[in-house]
Design a protein around this ligand. Structure first.
Ligand code: ZN
Length: 435
């Protein structure tokens, strides 16, 4: 005999709900807390005794209910829910003990590992894309201090994790890194590659500029050891393979460079087809100046004129002009924008030679300012300056120091000369002042 099931209907639920609602408006805070804690315990008990099938069933019912509820939410309700979630999460994170934190992270890791193991290639790709977008957004809005503290935290976390890794872990991390880099580099364009190398070079230069002599020696010695170990460990095949990889990389680099130059030539050719005559002349002028500058800088470094090499600069356009005087780089070709012509203007009042765009008042205020004609240079000074004195070379090499002394004494209209002979032996010269 089975007992007939108790009839349940909607009005019964409604009556119960109303009664409960009434009871809750009247309960004290203590009563509320007691009720909630009893609820929690009941839930924990019931979940502890549920079978895995029951758990699955409960979770899928929950997620279905949540999905339905969220689908019908307005954007404002959604926002409110997310904010509340976020606040609750922050509160719960702030109050968790070390053990709780550890077990939460372990559970997270396990859950992620599981979920990632079963994801398809497309799912993985879209997860990574979403992550990247999320990071880009959050980094774009972070302040300098936030960025700095993020990087510091990253560095510390990496250092800690590397300090505790085993040799195998170390090796497999490096292998994964290498593979990732190889993949990323295989797909980068010539311009991306060049800009990566430039950034690297700048970072290394900065980092090396600030290293002490001991750090410098240590770095070189570490490099040497590292290379000799790596090469000593390689067998003949590996040796040949390394050489082949190097050769292949070089060939690939050359190929990419050729392709890039060809496409640049093509682009230039197209842009010159539609160039105006005025623009063309300005460009040729700038090019000429640029090449002259290049030749000058090369031949001044290497006095042997026959070894004059034409340096081909990888020239970048001058795009960001804001405060660029503080970030001068020889990699940028400023000449097309900064060509100001020759000093071809002569002031009708004072005969000052000026650039063509300098104002007429900037030398003598249109003749309002008169400067006395300079007196004749004393014979000794004239000879020293003209190279007619046996000590001229020494004098001209040290002219700045001499000028400083002349400057402070000439106010008193006294003539200064020095026993230059003494200064040859490293002794400070004797100075003579004539009233
Ligand atoms: Zn003038």
């Amino acid at each position: 005999m089975t007992k007939p099931r108790k009839r349940s209907n909607l009005s019964q639920y409604t009556r119960n709900a109303k009664r409960m609602k009434r009871a809750r408006t009247q309960e004290s805070e203590t009563e509320r807390q007691a009720r909630l804690s009893a609820n929690r315990e009941r839930i924990i008990m019931s979940r502890a005794s549920e079978s895995s099938l029951e758990t699955d069933f409960r979770l899928s019912a929950d997620s279905e209910r949540h999905r339905l509820m969220r689908a019908s939410q307005t954007p404002l309700e959604r926002e409110t829910r997310l904010t509340a979630d976020h606040e609750r999460r922050i509160l719960s994170l702030a109050s968790e003990t070390y053990t709780e934190r550890d077990s939460r992270l372990t559970a997270d890791r396990e859950r992620h590992t599981l979920s990632r193991a079963s994801e398809t290639y497309t799912e993985r790709d879209s997860r990574l894309t979403a992550d990247r977008e999320h990071h880009t957004l959050s980094r774009a809005s972070e302040t300098y201090t936030e960025r700095d503290s993020r990087l510091t935290a990253d560095r510390e976390r990496h250092m800690l994790s590397r300090a505790s890794e085993t040799y195998t872990e170390h090796n497999s991390r490096l292998t994964v890194d290498r593979d990732r880099h190889t993949l990323a580099r295989a797909s980068e364009t010539y311009t991306e590659r060049e800009s990566r190398l430039t950034t690297d070079r700048e970072r290394h230069t900065l980092c090396r500029a600030s290293e002490t002599f001991t750090q410098y020696e240590e770095r070189l010695s570490n490099d040497r050891i590292h290379h000799s170990i790596a090469r000593a460990l390689e067998n003949n095949d590996q040796h040949l393979q390394r050489l082949e990889v190097t050769r292949d990389n070089y060939d690939l680099m050359q190929q990419n460079r050729d392709n890039f130059l060809a496409s640049e030539r093509e682009r230039l050719h197209e842009s010159r087809q539609v160039e105006s005559e005025e623009r063309r002349l300005a460009r040729l002028n700038a090019d000429g100046l640029w090449h002259t500058l290049n030749r000058m800088s090369v031949s001044s470094e290497d006095s042997d004129e026959s070894q004059e090499i034409l340096v081909e600069y990888n020239v970048l356009p001058w795009v960001n002009k804001e405060k660029s005087a503080f970030t001068y780089t020889p990699l940028i070709n400023y000449t097309p924008y900064a060509l100001i012509g020759g000093m071809i203007v002569s002031c009708p009042f004072c005969n000052a030679v000026k650039w063509q765009n300098e104002t007429s008042g900037m030398c003598c205020s249109n003749g309002k300012v008169h400067i006395e004609i300079l007196e004749n240079t004393p014979d000794l000074l004239k000879a020293l300056l003209n190279g007619d004195h046996p000590e001229s070379k020494h004098f001209l090499d040290n002219i700045r120091a001499y000028n400083d002394i002349f400057w402070c004494e000439s106010n008193n209209r006294r003539i200064v000369y020095a026993d230059i002979q003494n200064s040859r032996s490293g002794i400070s010269p004797n100075w003579f002042i004539a009233a």
